[in-house]
Design a protein around this ligand. Structure first.
Ligand code: FAD
Ligand code: UQ1
Length: 411
């Protein structure tokens, strides 16, 4: 079996940001990245793609261009972990051994948990920004919409980018208003949770946006089924007086955010905690049972909101601690709990939520109130952060905005 100093599972936002620095530091072929996909996606752009504000092509890069030159790309998926043997087994049956393992396989999108969703997605007004296959359909269906009932859903499970289910509603509403069909359009948002956003500072502003733009928000209402023939959406009511009942509503446009969860191959492995996530220490990112194993990003047990922004801070901590193990430097770094969600509210406005995913305390970078809708943070998110992502984060050279908070005195 082949053997590497470090094996990184997953070549997404988290895996590449870590592998780049490790491959540079540890030299040729010391690091392997196991990743089955030919394409790497900058998924945060998909909100813009779904609204026609960016092209799909701008969100993708051939995997061969983001895998670090000095790393070995193993183009397969991991099927199982044997942490007591320091090996992983690939889908093709081959074993790969490691001294250190970094798990960065992302979150699993469970399309099949909504009845009829897999066969209706991308057809007759049913779409989702959460798939590379349907994100362009969102733009197509928004532009083709002639008025009627538009529904936007958010599940009760953990998801990546908890703001994305509502961002696309704001962008669609703006387009329908500009197209002169707003008065013939009824827009409803359904979340399986009890709040529109976990952090009150931002939730309060978002509720003002919804109220002023006549967007109807419904809580504890979780999409369960699509009836494509009658064009109806069926929801399970999870709370309130109608708890335990179902609600059936007609739709002409339906943007679905499907349920998500820990990837099955992790869930069934010795690395998982009770919920299926890779069980790591929430400060050091080291595995709670296997000391030569680390994880970060969406597949990890870190009790924070799952975003690429959070990975900027996590990756710096993980690299420090793993390289510390290798070189014997025991200066332990701790994750500062940072996460962020750029809540786009229109084609010129954005609320830049930045906060501790653990305590819920805002951790804003700029010396102004970021909960207010602004053009500056819109431009930052649309034009500058993608550049930072491709040029710095994918090269291992972006630790997130923590140092700006020091410069601006906002820390
Ligand atoms: P991913 O980037 O998803 O990468 C996981 C990788 O692991 C994939 O390449 C996959 O092929 C690979 N993999 C899976 N299974 C295996 C296996 N068995 N073996 C080997 N490899 C495997 N974040 C923000 O910060 N800001 C935003 O504005 C934002 N908006 C978003 C909008 C949308 C519509 C979506 C979908 C996401 C958004 N996000 C945003 C979230 C962000 O994209 C994710 O949090 C981030 O990509 C997580 O990185 P990751 O590396 O953990 O997972
Ligand atoms: C960020 O660094 C980042 O990763 C490159 C994101 O991912 C898409 C973000 O959404 C955000 C908000 C940041 C934070 C960066 C700044 C400058 C506030």
């Amino acid at each position: 079996a082949s053997s590497y100093k470090v094996v990184v599972v997953g070549g997404g936002s988290a895996g590449i940001s870590v592998a780049s620095t490790l491959a540079e530091t540890l030299g040729d072929k010391a690091v392997a990245v196991i990743e089955p996909s030919d394409v790497h996606y900058y998924q945060p752009l998909w909100t813009f793609v779904g609204a026609g504000l960016k092209t799909f092509d701008e969100s993708k890069m051939p995997m061969s261009e983001v895998i670090p030159e000095k790393a070995q790309w193993i183009k397969d998926s991991v099927a199982s972990f044997s942490p007591n043997q320091n090996t992983v087994v690939l889908a093709n049956g081959e074993s790969i051994s490691y001294d250190y393992l970094v798990v960065a396989a992302g979150i699993q999108v469970n399309w099949g948990k909504i009845k009829n969703l897999p066969q209706t997605l991308g057809k007759n007004g049913v779409t989702s920004n959460y798939s590379s296959d349907s994100v362009e359909k969102t733009d197509e269906f928004i532009k083709a919409f002639k008025g009627g009932n538009a529904l936007f859903t958010m599940p009760s499970t953990p998801i990546k980018c908890a703001g994305a289910p509502q961002k696309i509603m704001y962008l669609a509403e703006e387009q329908w208003r500009k197209a002169g069909i707003r008065s013939q359009t009824d827009i409803k948002y359904f979340t399986g949770l009890g709040k529109i956003f976990a952090i009150d500072k931002y939730a309060n502003e978002l509720l003002k946006v919804c109220k002023s733009r006549n967007l109807n928000v419904n809580y504890f209402t979780d999409l369960a089924e699509i009836k494509p023939e009658s064009r109806e959406a069926v929801f399970n009511v999870l709370g309130g007086e109608a708890k335990g009942t179902q609600l059936t509503l007609p739709y002409d446009f339906l943007h679905v955010t499907p349920p998500m969860g820990a990837p099955d191959f992790i869930k069934g492995s010795p690395l998982a905690n009770g919920d299926g996530w890779v069980d790591i220490d929430k400060e050091t990112l080291r595995h709670n049972k296997f000391s030569n194993v680390y994880a970060l990003g969406d597949c990890s047990s870190l009790p924070t909101s799952k975003t690429a922004a959070a990975i900027t801070a996590q990756s710096a901590v993980l690299k420090n601690n793993l390289l510390g193990d290798i070189f014997g430097d025991k200066q332990v770094a701790k994750y500062d709990e940072y996460t962020s969600c750029p809540l786009i509210t229109g084609s010129e406005t954005l609320i830049l939520a930045e906060f501790s995913g653990y305590s819920g305390q805002p951790q804003e970078t700029f010396p102004f109130d970021q909960s207010k809708e602004r053009y500056s943070t819109y431009l930052l998110t649309k034009e500058i952060i993608p550049e930072i992502y491709w040029k710095y984060m994918m090269k291992g050279n972006w630790d997130g905005p923590a140092k700006f908070r020091k410069w601006f005195g906002t820390a």
